[in-house]
Design a protein around this ligand. Structure first.
Ligand SMILES: Cc1cc2nc3c(=O)[nH]c(=O)nc-3n(C[C@H](O)[C@H](O)[C@H](O)COP(=O)(O)O)c2cc1C
Length: 207
């Protein structure tokens, strides 16, 4: 935005000087202003845990240069938001070891009713669950399957062992929210950040 404004002001100045000095106006040379990478984070949350993870995902995406993010509840997302996004990251709680029905219905509509073309957008997923083996892995996989089925390219967060330097990946980010392990921990939030960063980096590469 700043770059564009600077470009237009500079060009107006050139025109003004040419007018005043009767010098021929130079040909316009096109300078390409790099368009930002757009990351859309969409979530469903009733009691706030998944919303917290979503904010971590946004922070991670925003740590990548030239990335703009948009954070939306699944009920608020528009066809314009989806079409404009280079990367889409979806998150929701686990209900009965599955994604909540509301989330699934709205996602189905993106394809079925809105006719969004998801081809080659980069996707990632995150989930929260009350239990340690409450079905969060299944929810992440289901969200990724929706993306794969809609021709997206999917990825998960990367981790690195500080001591050994070894790297590993996971299918998505998740948090256990209770009652045995209440709230979103610092490490779980860090996983959400890593997910956002990875998707933003890949979306930038693909653009
Ligand atoms: C209707 C319902 C079903 C749930 N089913 C599960 C479940 O199968 N496994 C689980 O671990 N947690 C389950 N939970 C707990 C939620 O997944 C958990 O509290 C989640 O973090 C809530 O996310 P939110 O705060 O973003 O709404 C369920 C909660 C509700 C309300």
């Amino acid at each position: 935005m700043k770059n564009k404004c600077f470009y237009h002001c500079r060009w107006l100045l050139v025109l003004l000087v040419c007018q005043l000095t009767h010098v021929a106006i130079p040909e316009v040379t096109t300078t390409s202003v790099e368009s930002p990478v757009r990351i859309l984070v969409v979530y469903y949350s009733r009691t706030g845990h998944t919303e917290r993870m979503a904010s971590g995902v946004v922070q991670g995406a925003e740590s990548v240069p030239n990335v703009v993010t948009m954070l939306k509840k699944v009920t608020e997302v528009t066809i314009e938001d989806l079409n404009a996004a280079d990367g889409i990251i979806l998150g929701c709680p686990t209900y009965f070891a599955n994604m909540p029905g509301d989330m699934k219905t709205l996602m189905d509509d993106w394809n079925w009713k809105m006719k969004v073309d998801f081809t080659d957008k980069v996707g990632g997923a995150f989930a929260t669950a009350g239990g340690q083996v409450g079905g969060q892995g299944h929810v992440v996989t289901s969200l990724l399957l929706f993306m794969l089925n809609n021709r997206m390219v999917v990825a998960g967060p990367l981790y690195q062992n500080e001591q050994t330097g070894s790297i590993w990946g996971e299918p998505g980010a998740a948090a256990i929210t209770g009652p045995l392990d209440p709230g979103v921990s610092t490490q779980e939030l860090d996983g959400a950040r890593k997910l956002g960063r990875r998707i933003a980096l890949l979306a930038a590469k693909m653009k």
